[in-house]
Design a protein around this ligand. Sequence first.
Ligand code: CP
Length: 333
Amino acid sequence: MRHFLTTADWSRAELQAMLDDARALKGGLRGEDLAGKTLGLLFFNPSLRTRTSFEIGARQLGGAAVILEPGKGAWPIAFEPGAVMDGDEEEHISEVTRVLSRYCDVIGVRAFPKFQDWSKDREDRVIRAIAEFATVPVINLETITHPCQELALMLTLQERFGGQVDGKKFVLTWTYHPKPLNTAVANSALMIAAKFGMDVTLLCPNEEYLLDPRYMDAARASAAEHGRTITVSHDIDEAYRGANMVYAKSWGAIPYFGRWPDEKPMRDTLKHFIVDEAKMAKTDGAYVSHCLPVRRNVKVTDAVLDSPACIAIDEAENRLHVQKAVLRRMVRP
Ligand code: CP
């Protein structure tokens, strides 16, 4: 039994096999791999795409999905080992996971960081605890990485670049957003682009917005395997110049986790990190995407989102196809 917690646990060849399967499923391949099986989806945070696409994907594969929202229709859950549960939590993750493992054939988990203390958030305790107690495969639906989004992004890039993504200039740009957001999609975009041999530039306003060294180092290791390096840039013009792909995302500055009032004045000076037509004009006719949801005219302008270069809707559709491929891989004997 293997979990799908992070693409770092899977080789490029294994991920490519899932992408090939996703492409076949998108092309009409019908699978009944989940016939008689049930997917249990634990959502600790809101979702439109992940929830809908997993529920529909399970149904299309002949199975069913059950959505659970702990603390809202399901009991609040404690996670700490040895917890003295005299607060709001009614049950411990050890019971929750072992019970769900008796009912379900796969468990999916969305559990965002708390944004208070990155040294704790980076341990990814919720999904790690669930993976420890589960006796069925566990899929990450976004915690501190978002591996299903990674596969959807890569499938979309392979479609657009005719399968030849190696060497294409991929710019992951931080964008302004009025709140500090999860670093998960940024970590993931960096890792998957590097893993598939792209020429990756991380554009962010300053050193405070660098990603956790775990993901920077993983991307650098993948880049080195392809004879490349990861470029970090704080220069908008230089980063966009010659890009083949621009991936927009906002995230919180890790050193300021738990100190939002301290980050806010710095962030308020960074509204020019919006993706707009002038910046896109500096690229080599790049495509642009975002994991969604996206705040129009804050992170990306209307003109860019509504242009033919924008492939965000394709990427969102591809969530369905790649997740069906992941599910087929998870239930394979
Ligand atoms: N991209 C993504 O995961 O979307 P949702 O948050 O709507 O699931």
